[in-house]
Design a protein around this ligand. Structure first.
Ligand SMILES: *[C@@H]1O[C@H](CO)[C@@H](O)[C@H](O)[C@H]1NC(C)=O
Ligand SMILES: *[C@@H]1O[C@H](CO)[C@@H](O)[C@H](O)[C@H]1NC(C)=O
Ligand SMILES: *[C@@H]1O[C@H](CO)[C@@H](O)[C@H](O)[C@H]1NC(C)=O
Ligand SMILES: *[C@@H]1O[C@H](CO)[C@@H](O)[C@H](O)[C@H]1NC(C)=O
Ligand SMILES: *[C@@H]1O[C@H](CO)[C@@H](O)[C@H](O)[C@H]1NC(C)=O
Ligand SMILES: *[C@@H]1O[C@H](CO)[C@@H](O)[C@H](O)[C@H]1NC(C)=O
Length: 914
């Protein structure tokens, strides 16, 4: 009995073998942390914990540099190399230019820092690099190329298609800059699940590893992130909150950004540039010549200054040294850390300022932890400045990767198919937003301002502004509001304070449409949404009125039916019929989550419904009428669809060139490798004996000809030529390689078939006990079925024995008699027969209740085939949603698909090539 049960399980495994390789539904998603200097990528894919994507040099970060030279585009280290010799051909720090008008102070500062670029104003008013006579690049186009490269790295590294991502942005990115990042992503063919503020991503990364520390008692962390281009600090609070989800109240850990401060020009680059200036002055003092006029020399100095800066973090003095800096003259200078700190003396105060402003903005508690991120925060003087503020800096996160890792956690939460440990994230509005409009009061125009989002308002959030005084078409501006909390030096970097102008038409008609007894006008409501990405959207504008109807009236009032239809169409908010008993102060919630942005225009007292009647219960029907809006962007214009197409085409062309080059290189490499491999094999006995001497000689000749050709002019040949040459050689090698493969695989295949015969035989033996003749109570199989199987086994066995004998008499280079395919076919036939019987056994049930109690019980256990079902369960256990464990946890190896079932080696590479 036991052996039968075991066999049952084994055969079920065979049945299920084809299901084993199915993968989960979830697609891999990535995070892209594109900074001024570095590109880092996080990835999460089914069954794999979140991790950093390696680039083609197997590094965890890639210089954010792209270069074009001799028609070849390069990224990362390769581009840096090009940049040393041809600075103008390599583009770097491009993130600093994204989403800004040409006259932006940071664009002008960039031009001064890197005078060798030719930067002009584009038609759209953005900066644009003049690359050569026919090519120009906008910051969006360059950023798009980095994003596409990130996608590329992830796809190559993980062998999977990527389309969705979370992209990090500096928290101080304004509306135009965020929009530009989204446009760049669209150019790169990426679907952005969310733009996430860099400090928020760090806070997420910090929080997910400290979920156990998050409880009802709030605690704070101050994240200080000093990178290459800028410095940011954010005060974040962690605590458990109760949130309602699908009717359940759940306790979920939450992080909320309470205070933010930043300095857009304080970063590692600034220190490097000052150090370079120091080196230049020393060079000039040594009478070294006009180094400033040589971009190449300036670039060498910049790299040396960067190296020096890093060394001086750990050493008190070091030599700057450059061979043949200019006109073959070398440069050497001893620089001390004290000198460096003196050069940057004004910067350290700015470090303290960013930290203290963030702490003050959010009301930091004395116990707030200070956590450091970003490369530049390592400098001793920076640490000293932070300690002066009374904090003990901690390096409890991976300063380099916290942003990308936090963002990829976010990506997994947003993508479909992943189950991640909950962490509620509340970001905060840095630049407040208001709605501004004019109203005629006593014959004069009065400018009215209503705050939409105050500083540090949490988002994502929806808000509604109600205009109750307008009876005709009007317009309003959406502007940044008072920015008193932003240092004056940063105000210019925010740019124009006007965001959009919205012109409303059809207001009068909408009002007239809903007029009459029992109709009360509630005003024009403009619905805004600050989305996850911190981008403000005007969702819709509608006129709202309320009609009071009695129950009867309600039943057949077409107007109310129309009204409810309209509210279904436009009722994105939950302002369903207001209860008449509401007090005037509590009427129309002006914001959907908070009431700070109350448009305080209503003066009319609302009727207290219960005063007026004790008759049939009145009911309020909300009537909504969409208002046509024309929204004009007043800051940097978004890409028009034509501009988008042009940029997209430009990038596609570069991609095509890259792809063609890669294809050609790959074809060349394949051919070279094949020739070398074939030559080697022809010298090996085991291959040589699989062909006639003439055949082997022919391959040898072809190989050496091709090899010579490659060495000569073949190196410059087009892709197709390589492919043709390869096909010609393969035509000759394939029969030889095929025979070799057959001879090599045969022993295993024969063993597999023998083992299958053996198992089938054992099955047959036990099956014989379950025929009506032998065992009337358990008549699973008919005698005919038993005979058929027996015959099949005998047939197969004698075929195998005969074929082996025939094959053994043949020479290795003769046509194969006993092929793998023929063995495979025999196995399939036998398998089919056995499976048929196994299946019968599975569905077999006793015809009627059996008399003997004991028998009944034992049978039940066997026949229900518990073991068989168990096997099925384990196969299907793979969850549709992947549990993403914390980073350190390794998910269990889902491989291990080895079964004791006889199997033939499938999908052999050499074979599938034939
Ligand atoms: C900017 O907004 C203010 C306030 O609404 C308005 O007076 C001004 O005309 C706007 N500027 C532009 C260029 O629209
Ligand atoms: C009607 O108004 C009175 C006072 O004006 C108030 O006390 C009463 O609660 C109101 N009724 C309802 C149902 O709100
Ligand atoms: C709501 O507004 C009040 C008053 O301005 C403010 O203190 C509070 O933080 C806001 N809460 C939310 C959730 O926006
Ligand atoms: C509403 O307006 C009144 C006077 O018109 C003013 O006293 C009150 O502070 C305003 N309330 C809000 C929330 O703006
Ligand atoms: C057949 O199976 C039996 C028991 O399972 C084993 O002892 C025997 O070696 C097997 N024979 C072959 C040829 O696999
Ligand atoms: C068969 O087994 C079941 C449960 O194991 C028991 O309830 C039933 O009485 C048995 N039938 C007979 C005929 O013994």
């Amino acid at each position: 009995m036991a052996s039968k049960l075991k066999m049952y399980g084994v055969w079920s495994l065979v049945l299920l073998a084809s299901l084993l390789s199915q993968s989960a539904d979830a697609a891999a998603v990535i995070s892209i942390d594109l900074g001024s200097e570095w590109l880092k990528i996080g990835i999460v894919s089914p069954g794999v914990p979140m991790e950093i994507v390696l680039n083609k040099e197997s590094k965890r970060k890639t210089p954010a540099v792209v270069a074009f030279r001799d028609g070849v585009r390069t990224f990362g280290e390769d581009a840096v190399t090009v940049g040393v010799r041809f600075p103008k051909n390599s583009y770097k720090y491009v993130l600093d230019l994204l989403g800004k008008p040409y006259n932006h102070p940071l664009v002008q500062a960039y031009k001064e820092r890197f005078p060798y670029y030719e930067i002009v104003e584009s038609e759209r008013g953005t900066p644009e690099f003049v690359h050569d006579e026919s090519t120009r690049f906008t910051p969006e186009e360059l950023v798009a190329q980095f994003l596409a490269k990130a996608k590329d790295f992830a796809e190559i590294n993980h062998g999977t298609q990527i389309s969705e991502c979370v992209i990090t942005v500096p928290g101080y990115f304004n509306q135009a800059e965020r929009r530009a990042m989204k446009e760049a992503a669209a150019l790169a063919g990426l679907n952005v699940l969310q733009l996430i503020n860099d400090y928020t991503a760090i806070a997420i990364n910090y929080g997910i590893f400290r979920r156990k520390e998050i409880n009802e008692t709030p605690w704070q962390a101050l994240f200080f992130d000093m990178g290459a281009g800028s410095t940011k600090a954010a005060l974040v609070e962690y605590k458990n909150v109760k949130i309602k989800d699908r009717g359940y109240v759940e306790t979920v850990p939450q992080l909320q950004v309470l205070g933010v401060a930043y300095d857009r020009t304080l970063g590692g680059v600034e220190i490097t540039l000052r150090l370079r200036e120091h080196l230049i002055k020393a060079w000039e003092a040594q009478g070294g010549g006009d180094v400033r006029a040589s971009p190449r020399a300036m670039e060498k100095l910049l790299r040396e200054a960067e190296r020096l800066k890093i060394v001086l973090s750990a050493n008190t003095e070091h030599y700057a040294q450059i061979e043949s800096l200019l006109d073959d003259k070398d440069f050497k200078l001893l620089v001390s850390r004290a000198e460096l700190e003196e050069l940057c003396s004004d910067l350290w105060a700015r470090v303290s300022s960013v930290l203290s402003r963030a702490a003050a903005a959010g009301g930091a508690s004395a116990s707030a932890r200070l956590v450091l991120a970003g490369g530049a925060a390592r400098a001793p003087a920076v640490l000293a400045a932070l300690k002066d503020q009374g904090y003990e800096p901690s390096r409890s996160i991976n300063a380099d990767e916290a942003v990308a890792m936090g963002a990829v956690y976010r990506a997994a939460s947003l993508a479909t198919g992943y189950k991640v440990a909950a962490l509620n994230v509340k970001d905060a509005v840095l630049f407040p937003i208001q709605v501004v409009f004019t109203r005629h009061v006593d014959g004069a125009d009065k400018l009215i301002k209503r705050t939409l989002f105050s500083p540090m308002n949490p988002y994502p959030q929806k808000k509604v502004i109600t205009f109750n005084k307008h009876t005709d078409d009007f317009s309003f501006h959406v502007n940044y509001a008072e920015l008193d909390h932003i240092p004056p030096t940063e105000l210019l970097n925010i740019g124009s304070l006007n965001l959009t102008q919205v012109v409303l038409t059809g207001v009068g008609a909408a009002l007239n449409k809903h007029t009459g007894d029992n109709v009360e006008h509630k005003g024009i409501k403009a619905h805004f949404n600050m989305d996850d990405s911190g981008v403000l959207n005007l969702v819709n504008v509608e006129f709202v009125a309320e009609k009071t109807v009695t129950e009867e009236e309600d039943k057949d009032s077409t107007l109310s039916k129309l009204g409810s239809t309209i509210s279904k169409l436009f009722g994105s908010d939950s302002e369903t019929p207001e209860k008449p008993e509401e007090k005037p102060e509590e009427k129309a919630p002006e914001t959907e989550k908070n009431d700070t942005a109350k448009a305080n225009e209503t003066t009319a007292e609302k009727q207290n419904a219960t005063d007026s009647d004790s008759k049939p219960k009145p009911k309020v029907v909300v009537l909504k009428e969409p208002i046509k809006t024309d929204e004009q962007v007043l800051v940097l214009q978004p890409l028009s669809s034509d501009q988008f197409k042009t940029s997209k085409a430009k990038i596609s062309e570069l991609d095509t060139i890259d792809r063609k080059r890669a294809e050609r290189e790959s074809a060349l490499n394949t051919l070279e490798a094949f020739v070398v491999d074939a030559q080697m094999k022809m010298d090996m006995e085991e291959f040589a004996e699989c062909g006639t001497p003439e055949e082997i000689e022919e391959v040898r000749k072809l190989c050496s000809e091709t090899s010579e050709w490659l060495y000569d002019d073949g190196y410059e040949a087009p892709t197709e030529m390589y492919e043709e040459k390869l096909a010609v050689i393969k035509e000759k090698t394939n029969p030889i390689f095929y025979k070799h493969w057959e001879h090599r695989e045969r022993p295993d295949a024969v063993a597999a078939l023998r083992s299958m015969l053996n198992t089938s035989n054992e099955f047959l033996k036990s099956a014989k006990n379950f025929t009506p003749e032998v065992n009337p109570e358990k008549d699973m199989f008919t005698q005919v079925e038993i005979t058929v199987l027996e015959k099949k086994i005998d047939e197969t066995k004698s075929w195998l024995d005969k074929s082996i004998k025939e094959q053994d008499e043949l020479k290795k280079n003769e046509e194969i008699k006993l092929t793998i395919d023929s063995i495979r076919e025999k196995m399939a036939n036998l398998d089919r027969e056995v499976k048929y019987l196994v299946n019968k056994m599975k569905i077999w049930r006793p015809k009627k209740p059996v008399k003997k109690e004991t028998d009944n019980k034992t049978e039940e256990t066997i026949i229900e085939g518990k073991e068989g079902e168990k096997v099925e369960e384990t196969q299907e256990e793979k969850p549709a949603t992947e549990e993403i464990p914390e980073q350190e946890k390794q998910t269990e190896d889902s491989g291990g698909e080895t079964s004791e079932v006889p199997q033939l080696a499938d999908g052999n590479d050499e074979h599938s090539e034939l």
